[in-house]
Design a protein around this ligand. Sequence first.
Ligand SMILES: NC(=O)c1ccc[n+]([C@@H]2O[C@H](COP(=O)([O-])OP(=O)(O)OC[C@H]3O[C@@H](n4cnc5c(N)ncnc54)[C@H](O)[C@@H]3O)[C@@H](O)[C@H]2O)c1
Length: 376
Amino acid sequence: MPVLTHYLRSQVALAEGDFAAVDLMLPHHLHLPLSVLCFNAGKHVLLEKPLAAKLDDALKLLAAGREAVARGQVFMVAENSQYWNEVRCAKAAIEKDRIGEVLSARAIFNGTFTEGDDARTETADVTKSYATLDGEGGDAEKPWRFDAAATGGGICIDGGAHWIRPLRILMGSEIKEVIGVCQRPFDKMEGESLGRALLRFESGRVAYFEATLGEQVYGPDQSWRVLGTKGEIVVDGDGVRLYSKEHAKGLELFETPPEYQRLTDLGVDISFEGLAMPLAGYHASFGHELADFADVCCRGATPSVPTDSKLSQSEHALGEMCTALALYRSAKTNTWEAVWPQTGLSPSGVQDQRVISMILNSSHVTKHLVSDLAPE
Ligand SMILES: NC(=O)c1ccc[n+]([C@@H]2O[C@H](COP(=O)([O-])OP(=O)(O)OC[C@H]3O[C@@H](n4cnc5c(N)ncnc54)[C@H](O)[C@@H]3O)[C@@H](O)[C@H]2O)c1
C-alpha cells in the first residue's frame, strides 16, 4: 500500500517528499513562482492551464521550463481538451475527408454555477463554488477566479481555453488574429464573464468563439460545429455526429464500446469516479492527459500535441492564452489583434529573439519573483 504524506508548505514538500513529479493546480498568478520552485527542486512538472496570468510571466516560465528540460526534466502544460475523445473522434473524421475541406467552425462554452442532476434548474451559491485567497493577500469574500489579477482576465483566458484548443485542432491551422467583444454581465466577476469573437486562422478561414459564465440557466448547446465543403460535424453532450449528403439526418461517429455501454445501461456515470480511464465526456480527458504525462516522465515518450506545431508542448499552450489576450486588446481597440507576435514565438517555429530578450530582461528576474511570491 502506498503511504500518503501531507505537507502544508510547498518548500517542505519539495525538500522532504519522496516524489519525482508534481501536478500544479493553482491560481494563475502563482504558476510562475511555484513552477520555478519545482524546476529548481528537480521535479517533473505538469502545470494546469493557462501558463500564467500575464504574458511576460508565461514567457519567463517557458524560459525556466526550457532550462529544466535541458537538465532532463519534463515540463508539460495540462490542456486536457486535446485528450478529449469526442474532439479526437471529430478530428479523425475530418482527416478521413468526411466533410471535405474545413471552411469554418464554431465553439460555444457556457460555464455555469448550476449543479445537481437537473443542472438547468438548480442554482448553486457562486461564492462557495470557487476557492478564495484568504490569508494570502487575496479577498476572503471573493473567489480567486473572479479576481482579474489572479486569473489574468475572465472566462476567456480560463475555461475558454478548453474550447479554443479544440478549435485549433479541428480547423487544422493556427489562430492568427482575433476581433471581438468582452462584457461583464455577471458583476461578481472582475474580468469578462461574456466574450464573443471571430478568430481568423493562418489558413484564412474564420471561426466563431463564445464564452459565458454566470448564474443563469442555459438552453442546450453544441460545443463545436465544424463546417466543411461536403458536410458538417457536430460535437455536443450526446457525442459526435456527421451530417452529409449520405447522412442528412446525422450519423453517430462516436461509438461507445460495449463494456462502457453496459455500465451506462446500469446507470453508472462513466465520466466520473470509479473508472480510471472512462471513455466519453469532458472529464474522461483527464485520465488520458495524466497517462501522457506519466509516459513522458517514466518512459521518455514524446508529449502528444495533435498539430503540426513546431513549438514544444508547453510553448504550444501560449496559443489559447494569447488568443484570449488578443481578444482583450481587440475589445478595447475594436480592431483585429494579432495572437503570436508579442510572444516572440510562432507555431511555425520562427523565433524573434529581440522580443524574447526584451521580455525576459524586463521587470523582475525569475529568482526574485520566486522569493517574493512563493509560499513558505
Ligand atoms: N482542465 C480543467 O478542466 C480545469 C478545471 C478547473 C481548473 N483548472 C485549472 O486548475 C488550476 C487550479 O484551479 P482550481 O479551480 O482547481 O482552483 P482551486 O481554488 O480549487 O484550487 C487552488 C489550489 O491552490 C492552492 N493554493 C492557493 N494559494 C497557494 C499558495 N500560495 N501555495 C500553494 N498552494 C496554494 C489552494 O490551497 C488550492 O488547493 C487553474 O490553473 C485552473 O485554470 C482546470
